[in-house]
Design a protein around this ligand. Structure first.
Ligand code: HEM
Length: 239
């Protein structure tokens, strides 16, 4: 049971995408592509968080509520840094106690991040009403995923717990995709008007959060398609 998983991949995922347990070259490559992509998004998210305090923020509203902004960025960065450990088999295998405590801390950070995200998105949105709406929807979804993840863990429903926590993490990673999409477009456009930048920012939020929500849903379905949902087997991953 314990050996049925490795990191983000379950046996059912392997079967679907053609990765044998013995490890074909293509399968190993696929596994590494996924790991590298996720790691790159985590690093990007952390870089954006550090970068916020190094440069001049694009949104003048940040200066009006620095405490709230810090209460969003610092727990958000901490969540991005420690949450991936929860999905690593070796980490879970090491100690169920550490997995649970790391999970409790990560979930607490996520809740603070989600609540402050909604306040920021509604109070000082750089991208106007569209950004407020997107943040209200996905901020609530992020909080809902964490809440359901904790609830399922407490009920011992580890498969569902893992699925909700993967959804939350995918939403969190979208903040990196926002920058990866927005910055190159702005550079390509040259010197766009402020209204264009603001609308583009809101549209990028919409794109990033929606695409991450859809990709993780597709990923979870691939796992279920073979009869075993991701995380169906393995050690307790409860909070
Ligand atoms: C999970 C980890 C997260 C981290 C590390 C994070 C990090 C940040 C950072 C660094 C900023 C300041 C932007 C900058 O100076 O470039 C920011 C702003 C913001 N974040 Fe997050 N964030 C996270 C999650 C979320 C989530 C889940 C949402 C909403 C669904 C969200 C919504 C916002 C909003 C609305 C702003 C203000 C954007 C604006 O200028 O209008 N964040 N976040």
């Amino acid at each position: 049971m314990f050996t049925a998983r490795a990191g983000f991949l379950t046996d059912s995922h392997r079967a679907r995408v053609g990765i044998e347990r013995s490890g074909t070259a293509a399968g190993q490559a696929m596994k590494w592509v996924i790991r590298v992509l996720v790691a790159a998004l985590v690093v990007m998210g952390l870089a954006v968080s550090v970068g916020h305090y190094l440069g001049r923020p694009y949104n003048e509203g940040f200066a009006t509520m620095p405490g709230l902004v810090a209460l969003h960025i610092v727990p958000g960065a901490a969540y991005l840094a420690i949450a991936p450990l929860q999905f690593v088999r070796r980490f879970r295998a090491g100690s169920a106690v550490i997995h649970r405590w790391n999970g409790r801390i990560a979930a607490s950070f996520a809740i603070i991040t989600g609540l402050t995200a909604i306040v920021l998105g509604v109070a000082i949105p750089y991208g106007g009403a569209l950004e407020s709406a997107v943040v209200a929807v996905f901020g609530a979804y992020f909080l809902g995923c964490i809440t359901l993840g904790v609830y399922r863990a407490r009920r011992g429903e580890i498969t569902r717990h893992r699925e909700w926590m993967l959804r939350a993490f995918a939403i969190g990673l979208a903040i990196a995709t926002v920058r990866l999409v927005y910055v190159p477009i702005v550079i390509t456009l040259g010197d766009p008007a402020d209204e264009v930048l603001e609308m583009l920012f809101a549209l990028t939020f919409l794109f990033a959060f929606t695409s991450h929500a859809l990709v993780i849903e597709a990923w979870l379905r691939i796992g279920r398609g073979t009869g075993a949902a991701p995380g169906a087997a393995g050690p307790p991953a409860g909070i």
